[in-house]
Design a protein around this ligand. Structure first.
Ligand code: YNC
Ligand code: MG
Length: 416
């Protein structure tokens, strides 16, 4: 049984699937929300982190790089950069009191963390004012002491104090009860390194040389001649509109206004312009890569794609200590709205072109691998673009929201 999750407003495992959408328990007025922080074991204290303070951001970075999510055989551990954390934790309208740390009372050492950021999420036709909970982490020496439920209750209380009673979150673990489950796929780019570190193997039917040749991508993005370029500030309104229309294809998705689009797709790109063939030269500390296709005649933005950088520590390897992984993020194309775009295969063809170019940009930026999940329209291009199925699963959850099972591919705003 689930001692903690059994007490929470989430559908329980084995319950009959809900038939209607709606909250599981009603929202409360502010004065009925618990006013005191939940008690911690006496050696610990709550500590709101100020992510704008480089020293506190560094402490969070250190906690997560040593203790955050690992793969099943403890070979790789996510190593979110400080720039990534700053980007992920400070979207428009973020609240500092949703960045919740736990310190050892005597030494002040940061030993646990949980965060929430505001998000508007659409589930079918319901628009929900929610939070996205992420970066739950407890120091390895403090595991299995039931600290996680205290962190979750405290972040819930902080959300409730601001009138938010629903949340979206993802986890590799299976708890009550996912609304969707996605599998990870990986498009290997740097074959020698990925074989070296055991991320992938050379199939018995193949040589290393042949495997390298098979995964080679062109040097130059193919859509450059059709107007592919990096996103700019002036593109925000058009990308916002295309994002909204494209995401209606899916049962669940975030709803982004222009400020949020700017944050998601531009703010993580780093400072300063680069001359010449920009796709060849990533910026220092760049978190997000976003490209648009601008029709050279009409100047209309017809397509966009994006990916983000999330390296992993390679836990025990003599030569390599960092896996440079990129993750496919959002994309959209006007092709989806042409008549019979799907039946005719034109949508799939366009997505092959767009994500094919994402692979080329990622390869030029020296990523070892581009990861993608079985969400949005990804399933239609994964195998043709030589993504291989991984072991990892990512489950998507909603807190205090009941909804019938979501059909097939799903989209959310989550970073894993
Ligand atoms: C997890 N990932 O089932 P039961 S994902 C939620 N998400 O409860 P203890 C989790 N619950 O089954 P430990 C969970 N992992 O008895 C475990 N649990 O009912 C549940 N790992 O607590 C678990 N980060 O403290 C059990 O376990 C109870 O010491 C056990 O701590 C867990 O960020 C953890 O994977 C994950 O740092 C902190 O293992 C620790 O093991 C760790 O004895 C490595 O806890 C890093 C890692 C998780 C990444 C993520 C999303 C988190 C979502 C949390 C739920 C949010 C709900 C919405 C709240 C806001 C609502 C509003 C409005
Ligand atoms: Mg614990």
């Amino acid at each position: 049984g689930h001692k903690f999750w059994g007490t929470q407003p989430v559908p329980q495992l084995g319950d009959a699937p809900p038939e209607e959408d709606g909250p599981i328990e009603p929202s409360k007025p502010r004065e009925e929300v618990r006013q005191e922080p939940y008690p911690l074991p006496k050696e610990f204290t709550w500590s709101m982190l100020d992510i704008n303070d480089p020293a506190q951001l560094r402490e969070l970075y250190e906690l997560l790089s040593g203790h955050y999510v690992e793969d099943d055989d403890a070979s790789f551990r996510f190593q979110y950069s400080a720039e990534f954390l700053s980007w992920a934790l400070k979207p428009p309208g973020y609240h500092q009191d949703w960045h919740i740390g736990v310190r050892v009372a005597s030494s002040k050492k940061l030993v646990a963390f949980i965060s929430a950021v505001p998000v508007t999420v659409r589930v079918r036709s319901n628009i929900i004012n929610a939070s996205e909970v992420n970066f739950l982490c407890v120091h390895k020496k403090l595991r299995s002491k039931r600290l996680a439920p205290v962190l979750i209750k405290e972040v819930t209380r902080q959300c409730n104090l601001r009138g938010v009673f629903q949340a979206l979150y993802t986890a590799g673990v299976l708890i009550p009860t996912p609304v969707s489950s996605c599998r990870y796929f990986h498009r290997c780019l740097n074959i020698p390194k990925l074989v070296d570190v055991g991320f992938t193997g050379v199939p018995s039917t193949m040589t290393l040389a042949r495997m390298i040749r098979m995964h080679k991508v062109p040097e130059r993005p193919r859509l450059l001649d059709q107007g592919l370029r990096e996103i700019e500030e002036r593109d925000v309104p058009q990308v916002c509109d295309l994002f909204a229309r494209y995401m209606r294809r899916f049962d669940m998705s975030p709803v982004f206004n222009e400020d949020e689009i700017r944050h998601q797709f531009l703010s993580g790109m780093g400072e300063g312009r680069r001359g010449g063939e920009t796709w060849k030269h990533p910026r220092e500390g760049q978190v997000v890569w976003t490209y648009v296709v601008e029709n050279p005649k009409t100047h209309k933005i017809t397509d966009y794609f994006s990916f983000y950088s999330l390296p992993s520590t390679i836990i025990k390897h003599p030569k390599h200590n960092l896996l440079n992984a990129a993750y496919l993020f959002y994309y959209g194309t006007e092709t989806a709205f042409e008549e019979r775009a799907e039946e005719s295969g034109r949508l799939k063809k366009r997505l092959d072109e767009l994500v094919g170019d994402a692979l080329i940009v990622a390869d030029n930026a020296k990523f070892d691998v581009l990861n993608a999940m079985t969400l949005m329209d990804n399933v239609c291009f994964l195998s043709d673009l030589k993504f291989g199925q991984g072991d990892g699963i990512l489950n998507f959850y909603l807190y205090n929201w009941r909804t019938p099972p979501l059909a097939g591919a799903t989209a959310t705003g989550g970073v894993p």
